[in-house]
Design a protein around this ligand. Sequence first.
Ligand code: ZN
Length: 238
Amino acid sequence: MASVHTLRLRLSNAFLIRGERPILVDAGSPGEADRIIAAIRGKGVEPHTLALILLTHGHLPVTGSAGELRRRTGAPIAIHAADAEMLRMGHNAPLRPTCFTARLAAPIVQGGRGEPTHPDLILDGERSLRDIGVDGRIIETPGHTAGSISLLLAGGDAVVGDLLMGGYLGGLVRRRVPNVAYFQDDDDAARQSLRMILGSGARKIYVGHGGPLAAEQVALRFGLARARDSGGTMRRAD
Ligand SMILES: [Zn+2]
């Protein structure tokens, strides 16, 4: 069964998924390729064995080193069709802050620039990863961005990118407390996506900042049943 290893980076997490072949989920900010490669090696995986660089969405803190990592590992880059343009541009689309802190941070986050990068695989719809030896599937989980995706693994682990945030101050404080991400394009879509994740049987939820989160804590925090939903929209409570 595939295992998830969190690689804690400067602004965000990336994840090494170890199935029959390893894959990298998310690729850090610009300039973090060395750190990611060292972290992968630290887990006993040779970077050239990576089967895929899977991007949960198009924001720069998770795409910034994707091009460099592709050159150094040979692994193809996959991103959802709706976020591919951000990767190609090398910067974020306009961000919608969800709280005061995010409004303060927005100009800095919005101004970031990375390497324009062309993806190798464009995702659209659900996709199994069994063909590359990972017992799991990619599902569409829009909300944070239109092209956000999540990885559901057979053992109950889910990697959801910025569908949620763990803790406060970008995940630095109380990182296992479920929270809304600083930026979210569509609250209702995010709520629906979260309902799908909880309904999938996920037990441990890995997020782009802080975490991981326990599914039952997430369900409590957002008033969602793990099997079915009670309705309403997903909003920040503070
Ligand atoms: Zn993001």
